[in-house]
Design a protein around this ligand. Structure first.
Ligand code: DLL
Length: 443
Protein backbone atom coordinates (compact mmCIF):
# COMPACT_ATOMS: atom_id res chain seq x y z
CA UNK A 1 0.00 0.00 0.00
CA UNK A 2 1.54 3.29 -1.02
CA UNK A 3 0.96 6.59 0.66
CA UNK A 4 1.01 9.70 -1.43
CA UNK A 5 2.62 12.80 -0.01
CA UNK A 6 1.32 16.22 -0.76
CA UNK A 7 4.29 17.02 -2.98
CA UNK A 8 3.50 14.13 -5.32
CA UNK A 9 -0.26 14.65 -5.49
CA UNK A 10 -1.17 15.74 -8.97
CA UNK A 11 -3.77 18.52 -8.93
CA UNK A 12 -7.11 17.98 -10.65
CA UNK A 13 -7.42 20.21 -13.70
CA UNK A 14 -10.17 22.06 -15.53
CA UNK A 15 -11.43 20.50 -18.78
CA UNK A 16 -10.15 21.92 -22.07
CA UNK A 17 -12.71 23.65 -24.31
CA UNK A 18 -12.98 20.62 -26.60
CA UNK A 19 -13.86 18.37 -23.64
CA UNK A 20 -17.01 20.37 -22.82
CA UNK A 21 -20.57 19.48 -23.87
CA UNK A 22 -21.95 21.50 -26.78
CA UNK A 23 -24.41 23.24 -24.42
CA UNK A 24 -21.55 24.49 -22.23
CA UNK A 25 -20.05 26.26 -25.26
CA UNK A 26 -23.24 27.91 -26.53
CA UNK A 27 -23.63 31.67 -26.57
CA UNK A 28 -26.25 33.10 -24.22
CA UNK A 29 -28.54 33.77 -27.21
CA UNK A 30 -28.27 30.18 -28.44
CA UNK A 31 -28.87 28.89 -24.93
CA UNK A 32 -31.97 31.07 -24.45
CA UNK A 33 -33.38 29.94 -27.79
CA UNK A 34 -32.95 26.32 -26.68
CA UNK A 35 -34.51 27.11 -23.30
CA UNK A 36 -37.58 28.68 -24.90
CA UNK A 37 -38.20 25.72 -27.23
CA UNK A 38 -37.75 23.28 -24.37
CA UNK A 39 -39.90 25.35 -21.99
CA UNK A 40 -42.76 25.39 -24.50
CA UNK A 41 -42.47 21.62 -24.99
CA UNK A 42 -42.35 21.01 -21.24
CA UNK A 43 -45.42 23.13 -20.49
CA UNK A 44 -47.37 21.37 -23.25
CA UNK A 45 -46.21 17.97 -22.00
CA UNK A 46 -47.17 18.72 -18.38
CA UNK A 47 -50.54 20.22 -19.41
CA UNK A 48 -51.42 17.30 -21.66
CA UNK A 49 -50.37 14.50 -19.31
CA UNK A 50 -50.65 15.61 -15.66
CA UNK A 51 -54.15 16.42 -14.38
CA UNK A 52 -52.70 18.53 -11.56
CA UNK A 53 -50.81 20.83 -13.97
CA UNK A 54 -53.79 21.10 -16.31
CA UNK A 55 -56.05 22.15 -13.43
CA UNK A 56 -53.46 24.60 -12.07
CA UNK A 57 -52.87 26.24 -15.47
CA UNK A 58 -56.59 26.32 -16.31
CA UNK A 59 -57.25 27.85 -12.88
CA UNK A 60 -54.70 30.59 -13.62
CA UNK A 61 -56.20 31.17 -17.07
CA UNK A 62 -52.97 30.18 -18.81
CA UNK A 63 -52.73 27.93 -21.85
CA UNK A 64 -49.38 26.40 -22.92
CA UNK A 65 -49.62 28.44 -26.15
CA UNK A 66 -49.43 31.61 -24.02
CA UNK A 67 -45.73 30.89 -23.31
CA UNK A 68 -44.13 32.91 -26.11
CA UNK A 69 -41.03 34.27 -24.36
CA UNK A 70 -38.92 33.12 -21.42
CA UNK A 71 -40.44 35.93 -19.32
CA UNK A 72 -43.89 34.39 -19.81
CA UNK A 73 -42.80 31.76 -17.29
CA UNK A 74 -44.06 34.12 -14.57
CA UNK A 75 -47.63 33.37 -15.73
CA UNK A 76 -47.25 29.75 -14.57
CA UNK A 77 -48.31 28.98 -10.98
CA UNK A 78 -45.72 27.59 -8.57
CA UNK A 79 -45.43 23.91 -7.70
CA UNK A 80 -44.70 23.05 -4.05
CA UNK A 81 -43.75 19.98 -2.05
CA UNK A 82 -47.35 19.98 -0.85
CA UNK A 83 -48.60 19.55 -4.43
CA UNK A 84 -46.37 16.47 -4.74
CA UNK A 85 -47.59 15.08 -1.41
CA UNK A 86 -51.23 15.53 -2.42
CA UNK A 87 -50.57 13.54 -5.58
CA UNK A 88 -48.72 10.77 -3.71
CA UNK A 89 -47.40 8.45 -4.98
CA UNK A 90 -47.58 8.68 -8.79
CA UNK A 91 -50.10 11.44 -9.56
CA UNK A 92 -47.50 13.84 -10.97
CA UNK A 93 -46.02 11.33 -13.44
CA UNK A 94 -46.45 12.39 -17.06
CA UNK A 95 -45.83 9.08 -18.84
CA UNK A 96 -47.46 5.65 -18.79
CA UNK A 97 -46.31 3.45 -15.92
CA UNK A 98 -44.62 1.01 -18.33
CA UNK A 99 -42.22 3.79 -19.33
CA UNK A 100 -41.03 4.45 -15.77
CA UNK A 101 -37.58 2.89 -15.46
CA UNK A 102 -36.78 4.00 -11.91
CA UNK A 103 -38.34 5.60 -8.86
CA UNK A 104 -36.65 7.60 -6.10
CA UNK A 105 -38.16 9.17 -3.01
CA UNK A 106 -36.95 11.80 -0.59
CA UNK A 107 -37.41 10.76 3.00
CA UNK A 108 -39.06 13.96 4.19
CA UNK A 109 -38.90 14.63 7.89
CA UNK A 110 -42.65 15.05 8.15
CA UNK A 111 -45.53 13.39 6.35
CA UNK A 112 -45.41 11.38 3.15
CA UNK A 113 -42.21 11.11 1.15
CA UNK A 114 -42.10 12.80 -2.24
CA UNK A 115 -41.85 10.29 -5.03
CA UNK A 116 -40.17 10.97 -8.38
CA UNK A 117 -39.85 8.87 -11.54
CA UNK A 118 -37.55 8.63 -14.55
CA UNK A 119 -37.80 7.19 -18.06
CA UNK A 120 -34.72 5.58 -19.62
CA UNK A 121 -34.08 8.85 -21.46
CA UNK A 122 -34.40 10.83 -18.20
CA UNK A 123 -31.84 8.49 -16.61
CA UNK A 124 -29.45 8.98 -19.53
CA UNK A 125 -29.81 12.78 -19.35
CA UNK A 126 -29.27 12.70 -15.58
CA UNK A 127 -26.13 10.56 -15.91
CA UNK A 128 -24.88 12.96 -18.59
CA UNK A 129 -25.37 15.97 -16.31
CA UNK A 130 -23.62 14.27 -13.37
CA UNK A 131 -20.78 13.37 -15.76
CA UNK A 132 -20.64 17.06 -16.81
CA UNK A 133 -20.58 18.03 -13.13
CA UNK A 134 -17.72 15.65 -12.42
CA UNK A 135 -15.77 16.92 -15.42
CA UNK A 136 -16.25 20.50 -14.18
CA UNK A 137 -14.84 19.29 -10.83
CA UNK A 138 -11.70 18.03 -12.54
CA UNK A 139 -12.61 14.32 -12.75
CA UNK A 140 -11.52 12.53 -15.95
CA UNK A 141 -12.18 9.17 -17.61
CA UNK A 142 -10.06 6.49 -16.00
CA UNK A 143 -9.93 8.07 -12.55
CA UNK A 144 -11.26 6.15 -9.56
CA UNK A 145 -14.22 7.67 -7.69
CA UNK A 146 -15.23 6.48 -4.21
CA UNK A 147 -19.00 7.05 -3.93
CA UNK A 148 -20.04 7.46 -0.28
CA UNK A 149 -23.52 8.85 -1.00
CA UNK A 150 -26.18 6.47 0.28
CA UNK A 151 -27.61 3.99 -2.24
CA UNK A 152 -31.34 3.32 -2.21
CA UNK A 153 -34.35 5.60 -2.48
CA UNK A 154 -32.12 8.64 -1.80
CA UNK A 155 -31.00 10.07 -5.16
CA UNK A 156 -27.40 10.66 -4.08
CA UNK A 157 -25.93 7.16 -4.39
CA UNK A 158 -27.41 5.89 -7.64
CA UNK A 159 -27.43 9.36 -9.20
CA UNK A 160 -23.71 9.84 -8.62
CA UNK A 161 -23.02 6.21 -9.61
CA UNK A 162 -24.52 6.52 -13.09
CA UNK A 163 -22.69 9.80 -13.70
CA UNK A 164 -19.30 8.35 -12.74
CA UNK A 165 -19.88 5.49 -15.20
CA UNK A 166 -21.15 7.83 -17.93
CA UNK A 167 -17.95 9.88 -17.62
CA UNK A 168 -15.86 6.77 -18.12
CA UNK A 169 -14.38 6.84 -14.63
CA UNK A 170 -14.26 3.82 -12.28
CA UNK A 171 -16.96 3.79 -9.63
CA UNK A 172 -16.37 2.33 -6.17
CA UNK A 173 -19.99 1.95 -4.96
CA UNK A 174 -19.33 2.15 -1.22
CA UNK A 175 -22.60 3.91 -0.17
CA UNK A 176 -22.88 5.72 3.19
CA UNK A 177 -22.02 4.44 6.67
CA UNK A 178 -19.50 1.80 7.84
CA UNK A 179 -16.91 4.51 8.33
CA UNK A 180 -14.04 2.18 9.29
CA UNK A 181 -14.57 0.30 6.04
CA UNK A 182 -14.69 3.57 4.08
CA UNK A 183 -11.22 4.38 5.43
CA UNK A 184 -9.92 0.92 4.63
CA UNK A 185 -11.17 1.05 1.03
CA UNK A 186 -9.71 4.52 0.53
CA UNK A 187 -6.35 3.13 1.70
CA UNK A 188 -6.57 -0.04 -0.39
CA UNK A 189 -8.28 1.09 -3.62
CA UNK A 190 -6.55 4.49 -3.80
CA UNK A 191 -9.39 6.55 -5.31
CA UNK A 192 -8.62 9.93 -6.88
CA UNK A 193 -11.91 11.51 -5.84
CA UNK A 194 -14.55 11.02 -3.17
CA UNK A 195 -18.25 11.89 -3.38
CA UNK A 196 -20.02 12.38 -0.05
CA UNK A 197 -21.70 15.01 2.03
CA UNK A 198 -19.16 17.52 3.38
CA UNK A 199 -20.06 16.61 6.98
CA UNK A 200 -19.57 12.90 6.32
CA UNK A 201 -16.17 13.53 4.75
CA UNK A 202 -15.13 15.16 8.03
CA UNK A 203 -16.38 12.08 9.89
CA UNK A 204 -14.23 9.94 7.58
CA UNK A 205 -11.21 12.22 8.19
CA UNK A 206 -11.71 11.92 11.99
CA UNK A 207 -11.84 8.14 11.63
CA UNK A 208 -8.53 8.22 9.72
CA UNK A 209 -6.93 10.19 12.56
CA UNK A 210 -8.31 7.66 15.10
CA UNK A 211 -6.50 4.96 13.14
CA UNK A 212 -3.22 6.87 13.00
CA UNK A 213 -3.62 7.77 9.32
CA UNK A 214 -2.84 11.33 8.23
CA UNK A 215 -5.92 12.42 6.19
CA UNK A 216 -3.57 14.42 3.93
CA UNK A 217 -1.57 11.31 3.04
CA UNK A 218 -4.21 9.37 1.07
CA UNK A 219 -4.53 9.12 -2.71
CA UNK A 220 -7.54 11.50 -2.68
CA UNK A 221 -7.13 14.63 -4.80
CA UNK A 222 -10.70 15.87 -4.93
CA UNK A 223 -14.12 15.79 -3.29
CA UNK A 224 -17.44 16.44 -5.05
CA UNK A 225 -19.54 17.35 -2.06
CA UNK A 226 -23.16 18.36 -1.57
CA UNK A 227 -26.65 17.35 -0.43
CA UNK A 228 -26.46 19.78 2.51
CA UNK A 229 -25.53 23.43 3.05
CA UNK A 230 -21.83 24.11 3.65
CA UNK A 231 -19.83 27.31 3.73
CA UNK A 232 -16.60 28.43 2.09
CA UNK A 233 -14.98 28.20 5.54
CA UNK A 234 -15.98 24.55 5.61
CA UNK A 235 -14.46 24.13 2.13
CA UNK A 236 -11.17 25.52 3.42
CA UNK A 237 -11.25 23.24 6.47
CA UNK A 238 -11.88 20.18 4.28
CA UNK A 239 -9.27 21.13 1.66
CA UNK A 240 -6.60 21.67 4.32
CA UNK A 241 -7.42 18.60 6.39
CA UNK A 242 -7.44 16.22 3.42
CA UNK A 243 -5.16 18.03 0.94
CA UNK A 244 -7.84 17.93 -1.78
CA UNK A 245 -9.84 20.30 -3.97
CA UNK A 246 -13.43 20.42 -2.65
CA UNK A 247 -16.20 21.21 -5.16
CA UNK A 248 -19.87 21.91 -4.54
CA UNK A 249 -22.51 19.74 -6.25
CA UNK A 250 -26.15 20.81 -5.91
CA UNK A 251 -29.43 19.14 -6.73
CA UNK A 252 -32.71 17.87 -5.39
CA UNK A 253 -34.86 14.81 -6.07
CA UNK A 254 -37.87 16.77 -7.29
CA UNK A 255 -35.88 18.58 -9.97
CA UNK A 256 -33.66 15.56 -10.90
CA UNK A 257 -31.18 14.63 -8.17
CA UNK A 258 -27.49 15.54 -7.82
CA UNK A 259 -26.07 17.45 -10.79
CA UNK A 260 -28.60 20.26 -11.32
CA UNK A 261 -25.62 22.57 -10.75
CA UNK A 262 -21.92 22.11 -10.03
CA UNK A 263 -18.90 24.25 -9.35
CA UNK A 264 -16.06 24.57 -11.84
CA UNK A 265 -12.62 23.82 -10.43
CA UNK A 266 -10.95 26.78 -12.13
CA UNK A 267 -13.12 29.31 -10.25
CA UNK A 268 -14.78 27.57 -7.23
CA UNK A 269 -17.24 30.45 -7.07
CA UNK A 270 -20.57 28.71 -6.58
CA UNK A 271 -22.29 26.04 -8.70
CA UNK A 272 -23.01 26.71 -12.40
CA UNK A 273 -26.61 25.79 -13.13
CA UNK A 274 -26.88 23.49 -16.15
CA UNK A 275 -29.30 25.86 -17.81
CA UNK A 276 -29.91 23.77 -20.92
CA UNK A 277 -31.91 21.46 -18.60
CA UNK A 278 -33.16 23.70 -15.78
CA UNK A 279 -34.51 27.24 -15.87
CA UNK A 280 -33.74 28.94 -12.53
CA UNK A 281 -35.56 31.84 -10.92
CA UNK A 282 -35.20 33.63 -7.60
CA UNK A 283 -38.38 34.72 -5.87
CA UNK A 284 -39.33 36.57 -2.72
CA UNK A 285 -40.57 33.68 -0.51
CA UNK A 286 -43.15 35.86 1.19
CA UNK A 287 -44.79 37.43 -1.88
CA UNK A 288 -43.82 35.00 -4.67
CA UNK A 289 -42.59 37.91 -6.81
CA UNK A 290 -39.73 37.16 -9.22
CA UNK A 291 -36.54 38.98 -8.24
CA UNK A 292 -33.75 40.28 -10.48
CA UNK A 293 -30.46 38.36 -10.73
CA UNK A 294 -28.20 39.37 -7.86
CA UNK A 295 -31.01 39.45 -5.26
CA UNK A 296 -31.18 36.84 -2.53
CA UNK A 297 -34.32 34.75 -2.33
CA UNK A 298 -35.82 31.30 -2.83
CA UNK A 299 -34.62 29.22 -5.78
CA UNK A 300 -37.33 28.03 -8.17
CA UNK A 301 -36.66 25.58 -11.01
CA UNK A 302 -38.51 24.55 -14.14
CA UNK A 303 -37.25 21.39 -15.81
CA UNK A 304 -36.67 21.74 -19.55
CA UNK A 305 -36.25 18.18 -20.82
CA UNK A 306 -37.75 15.77 -18.30
CA UNK A 307 -40.29 13.24 -19.52
CA UNK A 308 -41.55 11.25 -16.52
CA UNK A 309 -41.58 14.02 -13.96
CA UNK A 310 -41.66 17.52 -15.46
CA UNK A 311 -41.69 20.29 -12.85
CA UNK A 312 -43.06 23.76 -13.49
CA UNK A 313 -41.69 26.50 -11.23
CA UNK A 314 -40.87 24.16 -8.35
CA UNK A 315 -40.21 26.02 -5.10
CA UNK A 316 -37.08 24.46 -3.60
CA UNK A 317 -37.12 26.24 -0.23
CA UNK A 318 -33.37 26.83 -0.78
CA UNK A 319 -32.06 30.37 -0.36
CA UNK A 320 -29.48 31.60 -2.84
CA UNK A 321 -28.68 34.32 -5.39
CA UNK A 322 -28.37 34.02 -9.18
CA UNK A 323 -24.98 35.27 -10.38
CA UNK A 324 -23.51 35.75 -13.87
CA UNK A 325 -21.60 32.82 -15.41
CA UNK A 326 -17.81 32.71 -14.95
CA UNK A 327 -16.01 29.53 -16.08
CA UNK A 328 -19.04 28.75 -18.30
CA UNK A 329 -19.91 32.32 -19.32
CA UNK A 330 -23.39 31.67 -20.76
CA UNK A 331 -24.75 29.66 -17.80
CA UNK A 332 -25.61 31.45 -14.58
CA UNK A 333 -24.22 30.46 -11.22
CA UNK A 334 -25.99 30.17 -7.89
CA UNK A 335 -24.33 31.46 -4.73
CA UNK A 336 -23.63 28.67 -2.22
CA UNK A 337 -26.93 27.94 -0.45
CA UNK A 338 -27.34 29.97 2.75
CA UNK A 339 -29.93 27.56 4.10
CA UNK A 340 -33.47 26.35 3.61
CA UNK A 341 -36.48 28.47 4.42
CA UNK A 342 -37.40 25.77 7.00
CA UNK A 343 -33.95 26.00 8.68
CA UNK A 344 -34.22 29.69 9.41
CA UNK A 345 -34.14 30.41 13.12
CA UNK A 346 -35.93 33.54 14.26
CA UNK A 347 -34.27 34.49 17.50
CA UNK A 348 -35.90 37.45 19.21
CA UNK A 349 -36.73 38.98 15.86
CA UNK A 350 -33.37 38.27 14.22
CA UNK A 351 -33.20 35.80 11.30
CA UNK A 352 -30.31 33.40 11.50
CA UNK A 353 -29.09 30.32 9.62
CA UNK A 354 -26.89 27.47 10.87
CA UNK A 355 -24.41 28.28 8.05
CA UNK A 356 -23.77 31.72 9.59
CA UNK A 357 -22.77 30.05 12.87
CA UNK A 358 -20.63 27.53 10.93
CA UNK A 359 -18.74 30.36 9.25
CA UNK A 360 -17.92 31.93 12.64
CA UNK A 361 -17.08 28.67 14.43
CA UNK A 362 -14.60 27.64 11.73
CA UNK A 363 -12.73 30.92 12.15
CA UNK A 364 -11.87 30.05 15.76
CA UNK A 365 -8.94 27.64 15.99
CA UNK A 366 -9.62 26.35 19.53
CA UNK A 367 -13.06 25.04 18.51
CA UNK A 368 -13.87 22.08 16.27
CA UNK A 369 -16.38 21.89 13.43
CA UNK A 370 -18.55 19.54 15.51
CA UNK A 371 -21.47 21.52 16.91
CA UNK A 372 -25.26 21.40 17.13
CA UNK A 373 -27.79 24.15 17.73
CA UNK A 374 -30.56 23.75 20.27
CA UNK A 375 -33.52 26.05 20.19
CA UNK A 376 -35.56 26.09 23.42
CA UNK A 377 -38.15 28.30 25.11
CA UNK A 378 -37.54 27.96 28.86
CA UNK A 379 -39.62 31.06 29.63
CA UNK A 380 -41.35 33.41 27.21
CA UNK A 381 -38.35 33.98 24.96
CA UNK A 382 -36.57 31.63 22.56
CA UNK A 383 -33.01 30.78 23.50
CA UNK A 384 -30.32 29.30 21.29
CA UNK A 385 -27.59 27.12 22.74
CA UNK A 386 -24.57 25.90 20.79
CA UNK A 387 -23.17 22.58 21.99
CA UNK A 388 -19.68 22.28 20.60
CA UNK A 389 -16.59 20.12 20.88
CA UNK A 390 -13.23 21.85 21.34
CA UNK A 391 -10.37 21.28 18.90
CA UNK A 392 -8.65 18.11 20.18
CA UNK A 393 -5.27 19.89 20.52
CA UNK A 394 -6.54 23.05 22.24
CA UNK A 395 -5.60 23.88 25.88
CA UNK A 396 -8.39 24.69 28.37
CA UNK A 397 -7.52 28.40 28.48
CA UNK A 398 -7.59 28.59 24.66
CA UNK A 399 -11.01 26.91 24.62
CA UNK A 400 -12.37 29.43 27.15
CA UNK A 401 -11.10 32.28 25.02
CA UNK A 402 -12.55 30.59 21.91
CA UNK A 403 -15.99 30.38 23.51
CA UNK A 404 -15.90 34.05 24.54
CA UNK A 405 -14.85 34.97 20.98
CA UNK A 406 -17.67 32.90 19.52
CA UNK A 407 -20.32 34.57 21.68
CA UNK A 408 -18.94 38.00 20.87
CA UNK A 409 -18.68 37.43 17.09
CA UNK A 410 -22.24 36.09 16.92
CA UNK A 411 -23.43 39.13 18.86
CA UNK A 412 -21.60 41.48 16.48
CA UNK A 413 -22.34 39.84 13.12
CA UNK A 414 -25.81 38.41 13.70
CA UNK A 415 -27.00 40.54 16.60
CA UNK A 416 -28.16 37.74 18.93
CA UNK A 417 -26.89 36.50 22.25
CA UNK A 418 -26.43 32.73 22.36
CA UNK A 419 -25.32 30.27 25.01
CA UNK A 420 -22.33 28.00 24.36
CA UNK A 421 -21.63 24.69 26.09
CA UNK A 422 -18.38 22.86 25.40
CA UNK A 423 -19.04 19.13 25.42
CA UNK A 424 -16.68 16.18 25.61
CA UNK A 425 -14.82 15.30 22.42
CA UNK A 426 -16.61 12.60 20.47
CA UNK A 427 -19.90 13.06 22.35
CA UNK A 428 -21.87 14.79 19.56
CA UNK A 429 -23.50 12.63 16.90
CA UNK A 430 -21.29 12.20 13.82
CA UNK A 431 -22.76 12.67 10.34
CA UNK A 432 -23.20 9.61 8.15
CA UNK A 433 -24.97 11.58 5.40
CA UNK A 434 -26.98 14.74 5.74
CA UNK A 435 -25.99 16.37 9.00
CA UNK A 436 -28.70 17.49 11.43
CA UNK A 437 -27.43 20.71 12.99
CA UNK A 438 -30.61 22.16 14.45
CA UNK A 439 -32.63 20.62 17.26
CA UNK A 440 -35.86 22.46 18.00
CA UNK A 441 -36.83 21.63 21.61
CA UNK A 442 -39.63 24.19 21.82
CA UNK A 443 -42.59 21.85 21.50
O1 DLL B 1 -29.63 15.77 -1.69
C1 DLL B 1 -29.46 15.51 -4.08
C2 DLL B 1 -27.97 15.50 -3.97
C3 DLL B 1 -27.31 14.34 -3.67
C4 DLL B 1 -27.25 16.66 -4.20
C5 DLL B 1 -25.95 14.30 -3.61
C6 DLL B 1 -25.87 16.65 -4.15
C7 DLL B 1 -25.23 15.48 -3.85
P1 DLL B 1 -32.62 15.59 -1.76
O2 DLL B 1 -32.40 14.51 -0.78
O3 DLL B 1 -33.92 15.68 -2.47
O4 DLL B 1 -31.56 15.52 -2.91
O5 DLL B 1 -32.34 16.95 -1.00
C8 DLL B 1 -32.34 18.16 -1.69
O6 DLL B 1 -30.66 19.12 -0.23
O7 DLL B 1 -33.18 21.18 -1.67
C9 DLL B 1 -31.01 21.41 -0.55
O8 DLL B 1 -31.73 21.89 0.56
C10 DLL B 1 -30.02 20.37 -0.11
N1 DLL B 1 -28.83 20.40 -0.96
C11 DLL B 1 -28.50 19.58 -1.97
N2 DLL B 1 -27.30 19.92 -2.48
C12 DLL B 1 -26.86 21.00 -1.79
C13 DLL B 1 -25.70 21.82 -1.84
C14 DLL B 1 -30.19 15.62 -2.76
N3 DLL B 1 -24.71 21.60 -2.69
C15 DLL B 1 -31.98 19.30 -0.76
N4 DLL B 1 -25.63 22.86 -0.98
C16 DLL B 1 -31.91 20.62 -1.49
C17 DLL B 1 -26.62 23.10 -0.09
C18 DLL B 1 -27.84 21.31 -0.82
N5 DLL B 1 -27.72 22.34 0.02
Amino acid sequence: MSTVTSATKEKLRAPAADELDAAERMSRDELEALQLTRLQQTVHHAYDNVAHYRAKLDGAGVHPDDIRTLDDIDKIPFTTKDDLRQNYPFGMFAVARQQIARIHASSGTTGRPTVVGYTMEDLANWAGLVARSLRASGVRPGMRVHNAYGYGLFTGGLGAHAGIEALGATVIPMSGGQTVKQVQLIQDFEPDVIMSTPSYLLTIADCMVDQGIDPRSTSLRGGVLGAEPWTNSMRLEIEQRLDIDALDIYGLSEVMGPGVANECIETKDGPHIWEDHFLPQIIDSATGASLADGSEGELVFTSLAKQAFPVLRYRTGDLSTLLPGSARPSMRRMAKITGRTDDMIILRGVNLFPTQIEEIVLGIGALSSHFVLELARPARMDELTIRIEAHPDAMAAEVDLGVATLVERIKITIGSTVGVIVVENGSLPRSEGKLKRLYDLRS
